[in-house]
Design a protein. Structure first.
Length: 320
């Protein structure tokens, strides 16, 4: 058999083997995607309930504080409330009161630990570099908490201050696994390492699409604080022991932890979806390449057979 035919056969065998590997990786990613999707949906419900409870508790305290001072209760007064007047100095006010002077901004950036996930990692990094430029233009110092080795390595190579890094997060992360990450993020904020913290990650929309998200995590501002929430709180008639402030001191860090964990879980879901799509594309490309190589092999065989027949006929005519 000519060398060209042997080479084509080797290429076909090699591409088929690669196709089997990428198909197996696609199936693994699909299985992990299903697990993280189910966990993400359930956790979102829990996080929403915690958020509603905190909103109602804070609203109740704010409204009562305004009434005690004989201040008219409207949206403007509620929005401009100084939480240190309501809760005093402590973790409760620290976690919900925006700081007057922002010098340093922290970014908790979630990427993956490996490649073969399409544009998942590159999209996060590209968006973050644009955000960093905007922050520098405002005169803010940047500090990064990197979850995922791809992002951590890139930021350090580009001389971006990485104050914390965590890699090796499992494909279906548990809350206990994410707890050291979120606890560190909260401690750094309370200790003044940065004045505000944003969580940056890829949000999973569906199996074919995702969207980059930037959410302000600390201080906690994504709360529905107002008169309606205070009234809803009273209608539910909570029994609170020992007092609202003590309960909030436990609930606010818990809410921050659950929100950051939810972002990590959401990002992992998007990573699996991106990996599944990339491996499906690679498998399709491998099948197309096998088809093209097989066509070339058949044509080469046909040409070889035609040549041999022509030589036989030519030899027979020469003997006559």
């Amino acid at each position: 058999m000519p060398a060209s035919l042997l080479e084509l056969k080797r290429k076909i065998a090699s591409v088929k083997q690669t196709g089997k590997i990428t198909e197996a990786m696609r199936m693994v990613s699909a299985s992990k995607l299903n697990q993280t999707e189910n966990r993400d949906k359930g956790y979102t419900v829990y996080n929403d309930h915690v958020r509603q409870t905190i909103s109602r508790l804070i609203s109740s305290q704010v409204v009562d504080s305004l009434r005690d001072k004989d201040i008219s209760i409207d949206k403007n007064n509620v929005a401009k409330i100084d939480y240190t007047d309501v809760f005093g100095l402590g973790i409760t006010a620290d976690m919900i009161q925006p700081r007057k002077h922002i010098k340093t901004t922290g970014f908790l950036v979630v990427t993956g630990d490996r490649g073969l996930v399409g544009s998942y990692n590159s999209s996060v990094i590209k968006n973050m570099m644009s955000i960093f430029e905007d922050e520098r233009a405002q005169g803010h110092e940047i500090k990064v908490l990197a979850v995922g080795s791809v992002g951590a390595q890139f930021f350090k190579k580009n001389n971006i201050n990485v104050v914390y890094e965590k890699d090796g997060v499992s494909d279906v992360p548990t809350f206990d696994e994410a707890l050291p990450i979120v606890s560190t993020a909260i401690k750094m904020f309370l200790n003044g390492v940065y004045d505000q913290l944003y969580v940056c990650y890829t949000h999973h929309v569906n199996s074919l699409s995702s969207a980059f998200r930037v959410e302000k995590m600390l201080p906690i501002v994504d709360l529905d604080i107002g008169v309606k929430e205070a009234e809803a709180h009273k209608e539910l008639e909570y029994d609170i022991e020992p007092d609202v402030n003590s309960v909030l001191m436990k609930l606010l860090p818990q809410y921050a932890r659950s929100t950051i964990y939810g972002a990590i879980l959401d990002a992992k879901t998007a990573e699996h979806a991106s990996s599944m799509t990339a491996m499906q594309s690679a498998t399709d490309n491998a099948n197309d390449l096998v088809s093209n190589l097989t066509t070339k092999l058949n044509r080469a065989r046909q040409a070889q057979i035609t040549t041999e027949i022509t030589e036989i006929i030519s030899g027979a005519n020469a003997l006559e």
